[in-house]
Write a new protein. Sequence first.
Length: 398
Amino acid sequence: MSRYRLQPTPAQEAALAEHCGHARYVWNLAIEQHAHWKPGRKSAPGFAEQCRQLTQARAENEWLRGGSIVVQQQALKDFAQAMANFFGKTHRRPTWRKRGQGEGFRIVAVKAGDVRRLSRNMGEVKVSKVGWVRFRWSRAVPEGVKSYRITRDAVGRRHVAFAAIPEPIPAPGTGEVVGVDRGVSVSAALSTGEMLNAPALRDTDKARLLRLLRKLVRAKRGSNRRGKVKQAIAKLKAREADRRKDWVEKTSTDLARRFDVIAVEHLKIGNMTRSAKGTVEAPGRNVRQKAGLNRSILASGWGRLVARLEHKAPGRVQKINPCWTSQTCNACGHVARKNRESQAVFLCVACGHQANADVNAARNIRDTAAGHAVAARGGPPLGEPANREPQRDRLLVG
């Protein structure tokens, strides 16, 4: 998806908001239909039946008929795809959409003349029942676009994303393999010795965010003051997210251009960032500490980095079993928990090899992917499953 910043007029902004409202309304109706189902009842209607019901609803409701049929039908199509992903066990079950959260809609059957360039930095796209809406031409729009999605983030910015399969970055052909160890203190440590960190908010921004969060607690619910504080918080968080996305794009492009094979640990991030609060009957322990760790993991961009690597270097990303990679000496292969002297220092108790702990793990990942890992002493060979859950202190799940 190639995303561009929209610059709608006030009238166009109102029309786009109406499209978002219609898409949200249709989506939530589909959620309600499926939530009504119970064993013994008739199954919930599929996409074709829901489209027939939508046609009937548009005939009976003028406010719904005034919207775009394309926007409303595509909301049903997106819901059908979301349910298919849920039953395919690749995504979670679709949930209710709320106003101001996840606002957006999709337009299909885009013609060749529906996207055009006006100047060096400006283009415009034709939106059903809205007209021509301008956007920043920050890079070339992919050719042969058939659909696009317009979204609105928490800050109020609108973007248009054109659906297109990006061209993969060609491999350099040098045969080099790089191992990438993802962590919290260091977002990505490379087997070459490079230490990469996802950018975060500056200290002044962090202090301001803390003040705003305290002010939010004191603000009365539903007041204008609370709305302004929430908007200010959203701007700071959007700034942090934009910096992290930019870092991921630049890092993934650099790795895809420099190395033929990119090896990463196969981490189940969803399991690793799951809440530890437990239940009323069995409450969790160290809940606040685990919540802080979860935030740090998500702020490091682990999942997005690997996803973009797979997009830009398809077939060249290898996922390695993370068992023992942080406790194995890359020089002699000795496996011991005591090898990890601290979070940053690796000191082998067998041969005395000393290195940065994250770089040592990245080199183990690289060697496993290259097929010439050092034979482990005191534990199973790298890349093979262990008989017990390893690296509990790093919360890695193989």
